[in-house]
Design a protein around this ligand. Structure first.
Ligand SMILES: Nc1ncnc2c1ncn2[C@@H]1O[C@H](COP(=O)(O)OP(=O)(O)OP(=O)(O)O)[C@@H](O)[C@H]1O
Length: 263
């Protein structure tokens, strides 16, 4: 059970308010996709849930106010894969992913066999085993992205907050990553909140979408209700056509208006 509730959240940076009065509820074991144009405040929402940016309003997990939790307790509850992580220099992939176990082991304690097994398992599932001993600095962008997710996954939390987890991934690795998160969701009842720019993928994996723009929530509900060509024209200034993917979810296809010269 890990229900996330956000109530009357106002968040921002110094004198710059980004989000005003945002409320939502993410049922335990469900997946909320946070969408919206660049600068809408998607990352800010995730960071506010984690307590990383100043905010007022309430964030709770299973009724427990997150603001009242210590750092370690919070890290056992909320796993986070940031959009632009600061990666420590000089660590191998394995050592970096092992850092995800520190809420259980402590920073200076040696990791247990159980920790090593958990890391090896996640590396395998994210196609990183052959890179386990490679330095983080020597990874491609997509490999680094997967290492960041691996670290969040070994944290073994009831809630996963994923900020643009598929950025820089090819379509196969993006699918594998989202499939893995979805599998964890089904197996362990993990609650997922992710931002995703790819609206077709967002629609395929999310139970509900929340559309942010101009500091507030403009739409929330099942993907087929939130993703309409009018909504996308209004909030993204995008010309799109909505098709139906084989699984029945909406697929967003950009429409080019100027005459092409290809072919
Ligand atoms: N550290 C910061 N200090 C001041 N302003 C910030 C900071 N980080 C983000 N902002 C501003 O807050 C607003 C929301 O940023 P945020 O990163 O939450 O948007 P986003 O929806 O995640 O955007 P994107 O789709 O481009 O990743 C933007 O106007 C941005 O310039």
């Amino acid at each position: 059970m890990s229900e996330v509730a956000v109530s009357g959240l106002t968040a921002g940076y110094r004198d710059h308010t980004v989000l005003s009065g945002v409320s939502t509820r993410v049922e335990s074991g469900s997946w909320l996709g946070v969408i919206g144009p660049n600068g809408a405040g998607k990352s800010t929402l995730i960071k506010a849930v984690l307590g990383l940016v100043g905010h007022t309003g309430e964030v709770s997990v299973d009724g427990r106010d997150v603001a009242g939790l210590g750092h370690r307790e919070r890290a056992r509850l909320l796993g986070y894969a940031p959009q632009l992580p600061q990666l420590p220099i000089g660590l191998t992939v394995t050592d970096y992913v092992l850092l995800g176990r520190t809420p259980y082991t402590g920073v200076l304690a040696r990791e247990s066999e159980r920790d090593r097994i958990a890391v090896a398992e996640v590396l395998e599932r994210l196609d990183l085993t052959r890179l386990a001993d490679r330095g983080l600095h020597a990874l491609s962008g997509g490999e680094r992205q997967r290492a960041v997710l691996a670290r969040a996954l070994v944290q073994d939390t009831g809630v996963l907050l994923l900020d643009e987890p598929t950025t820089g991934l090819d379509v196969g690795h993006a699918q594998a990553l989202l499939d893995l998160v979805d599998q964890l969701r089904c197996e362990r009842g993990t609650t997922v909140v992710s931002t995703l720019h790819d609206l077709t993928l967002a629609a395929q994996y999310s139970d509900r979408l929340l559309l942010l723009d101009g500091g507030g929530v403009h739409a929330e509900g099942p993907p087929e209700h939130v993703l309409t060509s009018d909504t996308l024209a209004e909030h993204y200034s995008a010309r799109v056509r909505l098709l139906t993917a084989p699984d029945g979810s909406p697929a967003v296809v950009p429409v080019r208006t100027t005459a092409g010269t290809a072919g």
